[in-house]
Design a protein around this ligand. Structure first.
Ligand code: E4P
Length: 217
């Protein structure tokens, strides 16, 4: 499973990059607004820090605007992925970019039918929003499982990018459900390494090692 950082904060991306935990980055207009950065500048900066795909979302709801904005975004760097909403206009723009060999991420996916449409439109990634479904008492993970089954039934290449990931448990469940990628906030990525028994065991090992009076170096 690939890990994408769901953030537009450069210091966070740098921190994760140093640990070797980032395969790509996703952004959305909300994350850009939160970062306070200039959209195109921050996308260029992220693309220079990360070798993998970096999703940059169009702001226009209409096909013509999506195409015009997507062209500008795709020209920012070779690893930009044009992020489009799953609407009729977004699907049409997806086909346009797919035919030009430009990678796309179809976002705001809440049903298996939407994912099926994204795959048929030639999307590189489709982003089912797990957390937002859980928020309204629906089962985000069931959606991932259903999309996995459908894509496998028809050998679609579109990659399932589990989004709106809110917890470490979401990551485990998405991996078990067959998601290809999980995009998550920095806090969740770092949480994956945590366990109290790891901390306790390490404290004991360090104390016992100190008591030997030895040094490895
Ligand atoms: C990423 O591509 C999505 O935009 C993001 O994961 C949405 O997360 P949220 O539901 O926590 O805002």
């Amino acid at each position: 499973m690939q890990f994408f950082a769901d953030t537009a904060v450069l210091t966070e991306i740098d921190q994760l990059n140093k640990i070797g935990l980032v395969d790509g980055v996703t952004t959305n207009p909300t994350l850009i607004a939160k970062s306070g950065a200039d959209f195109k500048e921050v996308i260029k900066d992220i693309c220079s820090m990360i070798r993998g795909p970096v999703s940059a979302e169009v702001a226009s709801p209409a096909y013509e605007g999506m195409v015009a904005e997507g062209e500008v975004l795709a020209a920012l760097a070779h690893n930009v992925v044009v992020k489009l909403p799953i609407t009729v206009d977004g699907l049409r723009a997806c086909r346009y970019f797919a035919d030009k060999g430009i990678k796309t991420n179809l976002t705001l996916c809440f049903t298996a039918n939407q994912a099926l449409l994204a795959a048929k439109a030639g999307a590189t990634y489709v982003s089912p929003f797990i957390g937002r479904l859980d928020d309204i008492n629906l089962d985000g993970m069931e959606l991932i499982r259903n999309i996995r089954t459908i894509f496998d039934n028809y050998s679609f290449d579109t990659r399932i990018l589990a989004a709106s990931v809110r917890s470490a448990n979401h990551v485990t469940e998405a991996a078990l459900a067959g998601a290809d990628v999980a995009t998550m906030p920095t806090s969740v990525i770092l949480k994956l390494a945590e366990h109290p028994l790891t901390d306790k065991g390490l404290a004991t090992f360090l104390a016992d090692w100190k008591a030997t009076g030895q040094s490895i170096l």
